[in-house]
Design a protein around this ligand. Sequence first.
Ligand code: ZN
Length: 882
Amino acid sequence: MAKLDANTPQAIQLRDYTPPAFLIDKVDLTFELDETQTRVISRLVLHRNPAHPDARAALCLDGRELELESVKLDGEVLDGSRYALDAESLTIAAMPDNAILEIVTLIHPETNTSLNGLYRSGANFYSQCEAEGFRKITYYLDRPDVMARFTTTVVADKQKWPVLLSNGNKVGEGQLDKSRHWVKWVDPFKKPAYLFALVAGKLSKLADKYTTGSGREVALEIFVEPADLDKCDHAMESVKKSMRWDEQRYGLEYDLDTYMIVAVGDFNMGAMENKGLNIFNTKYVLARPDTATDVDFDGIEAVIAHEYFHNWTGNRVTCRDWFQLSLKEGLTVFRDQEFSADMGSASVQRIEAVRTLRTHQFAEDAGPMAHPVRPESYIEINNFYTVTIYEKGAEVVRMYQTLLGREGFRRGMDLYFKRHDGQAVTCDDFRAAMADANGYDFSQFARWYSQAGTPVLSVRARYDASAQTYTLEVAQSCPATPGQSEKLPFHIPLALGLVGPDGADLPLQLAGENEAQGTQRVLSVKEASQTFTFVNVPVEPVPSLLRNFSAPVKLDFPYSRAQLVHLLAHDSDAFCRWEASQTLMLEDLQDLIDAARQGQPLALKDDFVAAMRQVLANEALDPALVALMLTLPAETYLADQQAEIDPDAIRAGRDAMRLGLARALRSELKASYLRLQDDSAYRFEAEAVARRSLKNVCLGYLTELDEPALLELAEQQYAKANNMTDAQAALAGLVNWAEGDAVLDAFAKKWAHEALVMDKWFTLQALSRRLGNVQQIKALMQHPAFAITNPNKVRSLIGAFVHNNLAGFHAADGSGYSFIADTILTIDKLNPQVAARLAGSFNRWKKMEAGRRAAMQAQLERLAAQVGLSRDVYEIVSKNLQ
Ligand code: ZN
């Protein structure tokens, strides 16, 4: 364990929240940008906050890694005796109730490798302030409940930095002297500092226009490096679709004259919703059919929508404190999911969201970093941009809609904006708006915000043929999580139907009701155990439970294999159909894993193979759904189902299923593959995407078979592909065989200058059975296209390997663990946020088999003993060792 001393990072607690001692009405910023230093001149108009308990409290401004040049209070220069300065703050004890403070600081974006605050990427400047990056720009009340009106003037050499951007509207520009120019921006909306943004550099612009429902014209501008201007069309279309959708679904219009997006290749996260000036990772902007896959096109549409939707859910109404992060993130993910559902196939979108949740969030909920949707404490807030806050948070928002219906949910949203526009609020405020707008009791629902862990919903059914009743006994429980040993029952919406022997849904009438009410309904489960009895049930049904995944829980129902096959064939709910196929698949995978562990032969069950054959043959099904049904769960998800994790057995069992299906269905897979060929020009449209996805799943199976003729199919597909989806899928199949080497080389030559495409090349190798090992990863880190300072490169090579290549990372000799510990220490000095994400690769350590567990523990202890660890990495490591 790390020693507790003055340098040990301390946790911040929700229960300690106090309103700020001062509020800031107005901020005037001037930036003098230059190669070797940047001067920031800040003029703050402040007043004492009557809501603060102490009417004489000092003003304590946040600031880190700043060089203070001067402080003036109401025009008077303060000498060092009038303020106190430490590594994280500037404090002025004697403050009038109203004041003007002028602070000049020097900062060094050119050496800022954390990509937090103001930093350089290439020759350009970019900023990232969420959550607490603004304090690396100037001394400020860097907390979301301090909302101010910002004016920003940027001064820079005109040749080097011709484009100068900040939030709001451009109100002036000019030439300062021979070489320098300036641009002034005014943001009319008050905002917290985390939404501040600045961009300066040589950028090209794609411009377009959008007319809002009420007839206002908005200029749309996407800024990228000049070489990327031909990859912005899809992003621009996505902006327009998002704007239209938010007007139609929620009556929300854009509120400034200009909406700007800037893409940058060095970026810690996906994108950032700075007011009027969103800054994006290039990964979520740039796409051309030959450089980006269907998954990329889809991701761009979703992330553009997400950041745009934040303008209302995040910016107009923001968070009171960072414990409320899910207030904006969960809600905005829910909104982007609903948007994506409307743009493409709703059921495919839903199944993919559930896969993400189960693979990543359920794992988080079961590990050392488990936290509620509204955490109670954190050491480093950047560690809480998690799948729990985002994806589980979105599920919590979705449950309001499931319980209230779409119209009731809209009433709640309308009231939320009516009450809170321009405010910084809490998750409880959102819940109250939903409750009050609908007269609905959401008091028990609050536990979804406060209790961590994935609830288990156990259902048992009883059919009484003579009484014609069907009774469901429903019980819920939730495992203990760090700091929370006992859990109280949740309010769980259980959507269900009863499927008759002919495959049709039966009418649903609960005991006590006069007549049946539809064939699908949502039960409110609120007790630890509860009984629901359906009457007038003429035949024994198969229950279709948790339709559309109506709650983020694990369902436990003792389905027979015949019942699963019935649901798989007939359920009217696409999610439940897919779920039936997954349940069958998981059962058999578990048997294979157990057999592998005991050194027994690995064989598939006939009824499972027959069911998969039928799925593949069913041309009436959406090909995208067929593709999802044929896709195996990730190795890491399988690991999370084990009492003790043996990565080699999981790899062997999973590979055996892929190979077994490929052998058994060889001719059907090949026929489907050939039937789904398409020589037309690439289009990103649901139907074409669906066909490509199934075609490439088939190819993936076929390339499991060591047959030259089948590998040739992949080589041909690679050679004639007119799009990256097909090229990448072909390469993914080949990369497990020696035949892949030549194609990998050709790929690297062709795409050496496209950073995002080279990311794919790194990931393909990191995930490959043949190449995904520590030696190879180390060798690839020496490749000219790799850069340890670039988060996309770290994620696509090292992140992919440690997070998604279970058997590769967890090699029995422990080489993966010492490698990642070394790498974490190197990266922690450059970029703590990225290092902390890699440290998450230890989160499963307590469940590993004994040898690996000991090796992982040794590396964790080695990390914990390091002096000067960032709080980011410290938090992950120390929570792992608790
Ligand atoms: Zn967001």
